[in-house]
Design a protein around this ligand. Structure first.
Ligand code: MOS
Length: 744
């Protein structure tokens, strides 16, 4: 039997990645490719009064400058600009009219024979604007906060439920109270790979589009709707991605630009955004949160208030689940939750790794820590006192929840029992040492997906599905699932993805790809097995003529009797006996909603962090961290560990460094380069340890997996902030915690 599920095998695409054989959207070259360069608006709000392209057009080699005045006609209805991750509202339409809705909005596309020429010509486009007053400051506009519009997105991002019990009464009567305000900065995704689309204008006028996206079916839906093209004439390809983090959940404007230009010029066009332009689309919204909690003398939390106000654009109501987590993590009787939005003159925010979750839990888990201190109880002990055996918010049992084991194993690995409760009680030279912890939780969802499996004429297995690998390990884990299910070595299995001609899959996000596509891959292999069994029965002198399917197993690239391995037929023989024809099967796999909906489904984590804070300089170093994760079955501990480590690194980055700064005078993000937008680098990252706690779950999906894309980040920022409190005695509720906030 090929038991590769659960083995830490190396990435099957690793060699292609490190040798450069793996090609990204901006790297597919075709003859006579042209290049588009996007011009960004210099103002935040107002309109374009005039746009003079004559100096740019005068340069030999410049093909066209597209503006709102000469752009080809596109769809009229908002609906056509929607995509699989569009929030309720009216999606932004590039080059639609003279109106400017946010700073650095794309206002023109210069297309030329070379990239350098397009970029130079763009500097010769003269634009005059009429400026209008803009509002970009969340804190100055809180009076405009209102409830978000609901839409289809609310299915996955449920709004806060109605109040439960009587928060005020319980809070006022409780001996231990905490009330605090938490603010965090805007963040931009900044994957290494820039957004790019290479649109190949084929001889027959069809389009083959290499796009940077977390879902080829999403880009296809957008392109066909916006440009009124038939599905047969558009093929989207995205075999590799240099990181997504949510930024590829919606089609970005380079896709619109390159497609528009290719259709108009009847030429192949590539548009690649600059690093600066990577700060001109979605971002994690600036959010302000109020949390109030109270606990009894014994440390039982009996009152929880969590209210969030996030920014959105004037175009769409970007919603994320910020405040519901406390009601899921703690069995509190008196709960009041709220979430409101303030529309500002910015581009729409966009899902970013653990959207809402990392925001809300950063605040919640700091408040819980503070409340533990009020009650004089160790923060880990406090969480155990308040352990939720079931999800009280949804009034459902958990399908599985090994959080208690995460606490136990994580604390033991970290050495938490040695921790003095008193802040400022550990020192190393002029460094204050602090130990902090937090809990993490993230949804475990399964969507629907289709897949196709083929046993080829050479007896190899080929599986296809139009999903994505963001660098997460999708290629590898799907290969493992297929290999094990068909009883074949991984080398004989080829898993392909990222092509809209393949069987349908939704965008890859929400940590659901392993569960969703994994279930489809498992199912299609099982169905292929049944088909092969039927063929094997019909073979002359078949040893399986009188055997039932339940009595055979697949192993060593053969089908054999479960009770007698010597009764066996190789898969190659079955193909040969099938007239040398390949055998193909396809399926659509749906979540078993009837079974799943009776349960709350989530992955959990316990995070332990050590910081050293220089007392004189206020610099913080996260010297070690342990994350213990319960996320169901771990398909591949090597790629999964890498996912959790990545989340921990980003958690440190979010807690200490990441902040896109808006200059409200001009309504523009100012630090739009990686020199000024700080992310954690090697020098910031020290000892990171990951524990996967065993967790069995027969309800969640046929594989028992919960996904690990987002659980690694959610608990991290609060654990860092709590460690800084333990080191310094200071509660800093504004992220990122930069040194100025520590020494002031
Ligand atoms: Mo994730 S923010 O759903 O890519």
């Amino acid at each position: 039997m090929s038991n590769v599920i659960g083995k830490g095998v190396s990435r099957v695409d690793g060699k292609a990645k490190v040798t450069g054989a793996a090609k990204y959207a901006g790297e597919f070259n075709v003859p006579e490719l042209t290049y588009g360069y996007v011009l960004s608006s210099a103002i935040a709000k107002g309109k374009i009064v005039s746009i003079d392209t004559s100096r740019a057009m005068a340069l030999p080699g410049v093909l066209k400058v597209f503006t709102h005045e000469n752009r080809p006609s596109t769809a009229k209805l908002d609906f056509s600009y929607n995509d699989q991750d569009a929030p309720p509202g009216s999606p932004f339409r590039p080059l639609y009219d003279a109106e400017i809705k946010f700073s650095a909005q794309p206002v023109a596309l210069v297309v030329a024979e070379t990239f350098e020429l397009a970029r130079f010509a763009a500097t010769l486009v003269d634009i005059t604007y009429e400026e209008a007053d803009h509002e970009t400051d969340l804190l100055l506009n809180l009076d405009k906060a209102r409830k978000p519009k609901s839409g289809i997105a609310s299915l996955l991002k449920p709004p806060p439920p109605k109040p439960k019990g009587d928060f005020k009464k319980a809070y006022n009567a409780a001996p231990n109270q905490v009330a605090a305000t938490y603010v965090h900065a805007v963040e931009h995704h900044n994957p290494m790979e820039m957004f790019a689309s290479t649109v190949v204008f084929e001889k027959d006028g069809k389009l083959t589009i290499y796009d940077k996206t977390q879902g080829v079916t999403n880009s296809k839906m957008y392109v066909t709707q916006v440009f009124g093209l038939s599905g047969d004439n558009v093929r989207i390809m995205s075999p590799y991605m240099g990181g997504g983090f949510g930024s590829g959940l919606r089609p970005q404007y380079q896709l619109f630009m390159a497609t528009m230009a290719a259709l108009d010029l009847k030429r192949s066009v590539r548009v690649t955004l600059t690093r600066q332009q990577m700060f001109t689309f979605g971002h994690r919204p600036n959010t302000i949160q109020h949390v109030a909690m109270a606990a009894t003398d014994e440390g039982k939390i009996n009152a929880l208030f969590h209210d969030a106000i996030g920014e959105t654009s004037q175009m769409e109501d970007y919603v994320e689940t910020v405040v519901n987590w406390g009601g899921m993590l703690y069995p509190v009787k008196n709960v009041t939750l709220g979430h409101k939005l303030v529309p500002l003159d910015v581009n729409s925010p966009l899902d970013m790794r653990a959207p809402g979750g990392v925001t809300g839990i950063a605040a919640l888990e700091c408040a819980v820590d503070e409340l533990a201190y009020k009650a004089g109880i160790d923060p880990l002990q406090f969480r155990l006192i308040n352990y939720a055996e079931r999800n009280e918010l949804e009034d459902k049992p958990y399908s599985s929840k090994e959080l208690r084991e995460c606490f136990r194993q994580g604390a033991e690995r970290f050495g938490w029992s040695e921790r003095p409760l008193e802040p400022r009680s550990m020192k190393d030279g002029h460094n204050l040492i602090g130990w902090g912890m937090a809990t993490g939780i993230w949804d475990a969802n399964q969507m629907f997906a289709s897949a196709e499996a083929t046993l080829t004429v050479n007896g190899k297995l080929r599986i296809v599905c139009a999903t994505a690998d963001l660098g997460t390990g999708t290629y590898t884990i799907m290969t493992q699932i297929a290999a094990q299910t068909m009883g074949m070595p991984m080398e004989d299995v080829l898993f392909r993805l990222g092509d809209s001609d393949m069987p349908f899959s939704l965008i890859s996000g929400g940590s659901w790809t392993a569960a969703t596509v994994g279930s489809a891959v498992k199912k299609v292999c099982e169905e292929l097995g049944k088909k092969l069994f039927k063929l094997a029965k019909k073979m002359p002198d078949s040893p399986f003529a009188k055997v039932k399917f339940d009595d055979v197993v697949f192993a060593d690239s053969s089908m054999r009797l479960a009770t007698d391995a010597s009764v066996s037929v190789s898969l190659q023989t079955i193909v040969d006996q099938n007239g040398g024809r390949a055998v193909t099967e396809s399926v659509t796999s749906l979540p078993n909603m009837l079974k799943q909906s009776k349960f709350a489904r989530a992955a959990h984590s316990a995070v332990f962090v050590e910081v050293k804070v220089d007392e004189d300089l206020g610099t913080v170093s996260v010297t070690r961290a342990v994350t213990a994760v319960a996320a169901g079955r771990i398909l591949n501990p090597k790629t999964a560990r890498s996912q959790i480590i990545g989340g921990m690194v980003w958690g440190i980055s979010k807690a200490l460094e990441e902040e896109t700064v808006l200059d409200h005078n001009i309504g523009r993000f100012m630090n739009h380069s990686l020199a000024e937008y700080h992310v954690a680098v090697n020098a910031d990252i020290h000892d990171l340890d990951v524990i996967f706690v065993e967790e069995h779950d027969d309800i969640i999906n046929p594989l028992g997996v919960k996904g690990v894309g987002e659980i690694g980040i959610v608990g991290m920022p609060a654990a860092v902030a709590n460690a800084i409190f333990h080191a310094t005695g200071k509660r800093i509720n504004e992220l990122p915690i930069t040194l100025d906030k520590i020494i002031q």
